[in-house]
Ligand binder design. Structure first.
Ligand code: PCD
Length: 793
């Protein structure tokens, strides 16, 4: 525990205020079905919007006939790309400096792309009217395979971009190519493995949608939307529409899961705003499940050539990778501007290496745009998968135990802060105890014995390890911005006269419990019980500016802001207390909730007494203003680097290839833990995500670019049946630069678990000489791997 950490929060299972594991404040409304989501917003005279989507992946639009739809008695407006183009609104910026069509004008570039919209009196009429729109398409050859996207004869998808003659999106590199080559040249062992991280989808329970309400009289717009970043979205709307920010109010009400899917600005939001402006009425748009799966931000879609170099006795020396990244038809990645590949640069993982290098080529294809950080701080999931699979491939070649190989190569505790070969500075870490704890919890040695025994009988059992380090909590603002908006967070705290408080955050919860944990952080600092602290978020009119919730940045950035703003209020409270107790400030001790005169335990004032004095009658110390409130903007000095050790045990049916996850142990270290119950919930959810990606999830396409995974019948997500009873543990290594030592945790389990599951499956298949198979490890793929007929994906 460093000086910075609030020690009471560290072991807060026995928290002095008894609120470590406090139940979530938001749950009384959620478990009663009384949450208020976008689709619950009902406004007088509200109309409904539906979007016509392209059935083709690549086609020229020859003609659109909307007359029959316009004639529908309940239809109020039908809008095409051409109509938007007249207003200069047919294209909008993406969060990664590309442009995306709001409605297609010249041609459609992916199946599911927005072509026209209808505004009608009710949702059914709007949908019916879509059928009445007649679009004449001239089909074009589609590019559905990332590997052929750069072929000289490939059709050019982005001919809207001036001078564009191919499907190249960007090239990016990190690390030192020459130094890495030199290390590879002298290494005893080099293992190469191609691996594909398939396209997957965040698939939140609530799909995306909004209600736009434009006031024609005062020119103001209120937008309830499923946004993980209401402030950033508002500024982008202001820039695009040329409206001042104060005329736009973005409200993110309760959100039914985001997982990165609700970071981008989607055409549907813009269409709804236009629809409200045209009709003068509020307009609601809610996607259905298929629309969400085929048209909104996907994740991953990386083809990675990995190479790992080591000495013959198992010292890992270097890692190198060449990545082909599929960005779909428009580059809709949401990542800080200077990081086109997100934080993929952390692919050196938790190991002390001599050199590393990555080269990446990103391409356009006729697929939905995205590349969102689905439960992943900007491509860290891909990075962790790469390194953790490579380490297992190396263990396979060296015929050593994969857990031992990891233990022998970890960055040592005394090496922190540790600068990686690709320019990241890991703030703190202590990897070995976490690894040992996971091995102990799972009973590693016994499991290996059981496995050896089973192998003699032809039974397939596998044990897979993964050890990850994440980088979460973007900024600092000097290095990180989204379209010019620096990644820092505001926070405001007001203590009312009666000693109740309200804390206003710029981040927005999508289910992870901010109303509870942020009250806990403030409670810890200022001694007001968390039940008396109201958390306000998700409304740009009522919260300070900040960049939003994704990349597990809320605790690292806004959590720090909340602690610091509370300290600022406490400093003022102390001055008031000194006046009340007639002693100097230096003579006061803080006793979590009250100031006490040193050496005189009977003289004290509570924070509630102070709050009343701050607003009430009686003198305040000379020069002090009344009131008890403060506001800050916190600019983090670095990211935080949580880590974890995961071990998965699987059994495979040798007759069918079906994988059963028997056990899963997850030991996470997110520094100081605010609410262990919430952390466990975050980890359980993320592990479930991870098992899904490893074993069943994939958004796939046929050669014509038709999306084959447009419903939950085809895009399988795990249920309670497919996952085991999760077993969790933790260590606590506080962040040295975070005021309470906390690191993020929301995405850790999604990041860390897929390689553990895959490593377990490959381990089970060892008798068949299988060194790698790509996700998702469905029964048929496992079966083919066993037969030696599995082709690379
Ligand atoms: N925590 C604690 N402690 C610590 C850390 C943390 O307690 N140390 C907690 C907090 O406070 C919160 C949670 O836990 O409540 C989380 O956190 P974080 O990590 O900070 O994170 P955030 O920012 O808040 O959040 C975000 C995340 C993400 S990112 C994602 S994906 C996911 C997660 O979150 N999503 C979600 N989780 C979740 N959950 C839920 N329920 N829902 C959702 O949606 Mo991205 O980028 O967006 O992709």
């Amino acid at each position: 525990v460093t000086e910075n950490a609030a020690p009471d929060l560290v072991n807060n299972d026995e928290h002095p205020l008894g609120h470590g594991r406090m139940l979530r404040k938001e749950d009384p409304r959620f478990i009663r079905g009384l949450g208020k989501y976008c689709d619950d917003v009902q406004l007088r005279g509200m109309l409904h919007l539906a979007i016509l989507r392209s059935p083709m992946a690549h086609a020229r639009i020859v003609n659109i006939d909307t007359s029959a739809a316009e004639a529908h008695p309940k239809v109020k407006a039908v809008v095409t790309g051409a109509a938007l183009a007249d207003k200069g609104l047919a294209w909008m910026p993406t969060l990664s400096n590309d442009v995306q069509a709001v409605l297609a004008t010249d041609k459609v570039r992916f199946q599911g792309q927005e072509v026209a919209f209808v505004v009608a009196e009710d949702r059914y009429a709007a949908r019916d009217a879509l059928e009445l729109i007649d679009v004449d398409y001239e089909p074009l050859e589609a590019v559905a395979d990332v590997r052929t996207a750069l072929a000289p004869d490939a059709p050019v998808i982005r001919d809207d971009l001036e001078g564009k003659e191919n499907n190249h999106c960007f090239d990016w590199e990190t690390g030192d190519a020459a130094a890495t080559q030199a290390v590879f040249d002298r290494a005893d062992v080099v293992v190469k493995q191609e691996m594909v991280y398939p396209r997957v989808h965040p698939a939140p329970m609530e799909t995306c949608g909004c209600v736009a309400d434009f006031d024609r009289v005062d020119g103001g717009l209120t937008l309830w939307s499923t946004s993980q970043a209401p402030h950033a979205h508002r500024t982008l709307y202001a820039l695009v529409a040329g409206l001042p920010e104060h005329k736009i109010r973005v409200i993110s009400p309760d959100i039914g899961g985001g997982f990165g899917n609700k970071v981008p600005i989607y055409p549907g939001y813009v269409c709804s705003i236009v629809g409200s402006m045209l009709t003068g009425k509020p307009v609601k748009w809610m996607e259905d499940r298929s629309e969400n799966l085929i048209s909104t931000g996907f994740a991953r879609d990386y083809v990675m050539q990995g190479e790992i170099a080591a000495t013959k006795d198992g010292k890992i020396l270097a890692i190198r990778t060449d990545v082909l990244a599929d960005h779909g038809a428009f580059n809709g990645t949401a990542a800080p501007v200077k990081y086109p590949a997100g934080f993929f640069g952390v692919f050196t993982g938790s190991y002390d290496l001599e050199a590393a290098y990555c080269h990446m080529t990103a391409v356009y294809t006729n697929k939905a745009p995205g590349g969102v950080a689905y439960a992943c701080s900007f491509r860290i999931t891909e990075a962790v998968y790469l390194v953790e699979r490579l380490v297992d491939c190396l263990a396979y070649e060296l015929d050593v135990d994969p857990a031992d190989l990891r233990l022998n190569n970890f960055i040592k505790p005394e090496q922190f802060p540790y600068a990686t070969k690709t320019g990241w500075v890991y703030d703190s870490g202590n990897y070995e105890p976490a690894m040992r704890q996971s091995m102990e919890l799972v009973g590693y040695a016994d499991l290996r014995r059981e496995q050896a025994d089973k192998r003699t009988r032809g039974e397939l059992m596998g044990i897979g390890c993964s050890f990850f380090t994440e980088a979460v909590g973007a900024g600092p603002r000097k290095d990180m911005d989204i379209l010019g908006l620096g990644m820092a967070d505001g926070c405001e705290l007001r203590v009312h006269p009666t000693g109740k408080a309200v804390v206003r955050l710029s981040v927005q919860s999508q289910g992870q419990g901010h109303e509870t944990t942020f009250a806990q952080i403030v409670a810890e600092e200022i001694g007001i019980p968390p039940g008396d602290i109201e958390v306000v978020h998700g409304d740009t009119d009522n919260t300070p500016f900040g960049l939003g919730t994704y990349g597990s940045r809320s605790t690292p950035v806004s959590g720090a802001a909340a602690a610091l703003v509370a300290r600022k209020v406490r400093d003022k409270a102390k001055i008031i207390a000194s006046g009340m107790l007639e002693v100097s400030v230096a003579d006061l001790d803080w006793d979590k909730g009250s100031f006490r005169v040193k050496g005189d335990p009977t003289s004290s004032v509570t924070i509630q007494d102070i709050a009343m004095r701050a607003h009430g009658a009686g003198d305040l110390p000379e020069g002090l203003e009344g009131g008890l409130e403060a506001q800050i903007c916190y600019n983090p000095s670095n990211l935080t680097y949580p880590f974890g050790a995961y071990i998965c045990v699987v059994d495979i049916d040798p007759g069918t290839g079906a994988v059963k996850v028997r056990r899963f142990v997850a030991v996470d270290d997110c520094g100081t833990r605010i609410n262990p119950m919430i952390i466990e919930g975050q980890v359980h959810g993320g592990l479930t995500d991870g098992v899904g990606m490893a074993l069943m999830e994939m958004i796939s396409f046929d050669p014509d670019g038709n999306c084959l995974s447009s419903s939950f019948m085809d895009y399988l997500i795990p249920t309670a049946l497919e996952v085991p009873h999760w077993e969790t543990g933790f260590t606590v290594t506080p962040s040295p630069h975070h005021p309470i030592g906390a690191k993020g945790v929301g995405e850790s389990a999604t990041v860390g678990s897929p390689p553990a599951v895959v490593n377990a499956v490959i381990d089970a298949l060892r008798p068949y000489g299988v060194r790698h198979a790509d996700m998702p490890l469905t029964p048929s793929r496992v079966w083919e791997a066993m037969q030696g007929t599995l082709k690379p994906s």
